[in-house]
Design a protein around this ligand. Structure first.
Ligand SMILES: Nc1ncnc2c1ncn2[C@@H]1O[C@H](COP(=O)(O)OP(=O)(O)O)[C@@H](O)[C@H]1O
Ligand SMILES: [Mg+2]
Length: 303
């Protein structure tokens, strides 16, 4: 059940290929942006993803989170700034190119076939085969065994890998998808709001495997609008608002309270505080002042 047995951070990865040139970031955005025609969805975003670290991207609906990960996962191309992988500028035109660089994305609406067994979904699109052509056939036993081992390695225990994946809970399906990305050699794992539709307990389970992926040396990009979830696993926090990055802070630079306040938005919170002061029983003195909400953590994201 523990992730300790997988060893130290970075156990699965070879040495970062760029130790001389850079600081070991696998993925980096420099002032990157994206316009859809006249609509500027993202502008001036700088971000780094390091092995064995969780980079959280927070923001409200429409903030540009999905646009950001679509650039990194090869679905869309940036129209401004730079996007580097292993310190070399890239312009992916398909998700396949991102995958070839080890960048795997787990989308919220997971690409699974609900009626197919768990093990079958684990290998979907990359099935193991045996025997020579033209009698090559699926190596079912090996796929079952490998899926079982890999899930166990990540501490995921399912009673029966024959059960249709559609019968698993949303959290369990996310976990299978994470284990799958790890098995197929991902170096960067992008998770788009994996806990958004989940209850407290299931969210906790998913967060556990986010940490497990990190402990195996992956750089994780964790998209969420929940600062509590982010703070439980995050090493770095980037907050997007209306397409620009309004905060970039490492864990040492920011407390959970500050991050939460940031997400709530200083001005909105001040207005809310005023309204709450009309309500009996709410201690508005305990709420933060607006001045406290502008965190002096102008990290690398602020240019
Ligand atoms: N394909 C698209 N064409 C035009 N505008 C888009 C497209 N995708 C996203 N946008 C716009 O870009 C902005 C950011 O969207 P998105 O990245 O989906 O935000 P988030 O994931 O944080 O909710 C929104 O204003 C959205 O309407
Ligand atoms: Mg989105």
């Amino acid at each position: 059940m523990t992730t300790e047995e997988t060893g130290t951070h970075g156990a699965i990865l070879a040495d970062p290929p760029d130790t001389a040139a850079g600081d070991g970031a696998i993925v980096e955005l420099r002032n990157a942006g994206k316009s859809y025609g006249n609509i500027r969805a993202l502008h001036g975003v700088s971000l780094k993803v390091h092995p064995s670290q969780v980079t959280c991207v927070l923001g409200d609906n429409g903030a540009g989170k999905s646009t950001l990960i679509k650039i990194i996962s090869g679905l869309h191309q940036h129209t401004e700034g730079e996007f580097l992988v292993d310190n070399a500028p890239v312009h992916f035109t398909t998700p396949r190119e991102a995958l070839d660089k080890g960048i795997a994305t787990v989308y919220q609406d997971l690409a699974v076939v609900p009626l197919m067994p768990v093990w079958r979904n684990f290998f979907l699109g990359s099935e193991m085969t045996k025997g020579p052509w033209p009698v090559r056939r699926l190596d079912i036993e090996r796929m079952k065994k490998t899926a079982d081992e890999e899930l166990r390695n990540m501490g995921i225990v399912l009673d029966d890998l024959e059960q249709p994946i559609g019968t698993l809970s949303g959290g369990q399906r996310q976990c299978v998808a994470i284990a799958r990305a790890v098995y197929f050699g991902a170096r960067v794992l992008i998770l788009d709001e994996p806990t958004a539709a989940l209850g407290v307990k299931q969210s906790g389970v998913v967060l556990k495997y986010v940490a497990a992926a990190r402990d195996r040396g992956l750089g994780v990009i964790f998209i969420t609008h929940n600062p509590h979830h982010a703070y439980m696993v995050g090493d770095h926090f980037s907050v997007l608002r209306l397409g620009t990055m309004e905060l970039s802070a490492s864990r040492e630079q920011i407390t959970l309270e500050e991050l939460t306040n940031h997400m709530a938005g200083g001005a909105e919170l001040a207005a809310l505080k005023h309204e709450l002061s009309q309500v009996r029983g709410v201690d508005t003195e305990a709420l933060p002042e607006e001045g406290d909400l502008t965190v002096a953590a102008g990290g690398e994201g602020k240019s």
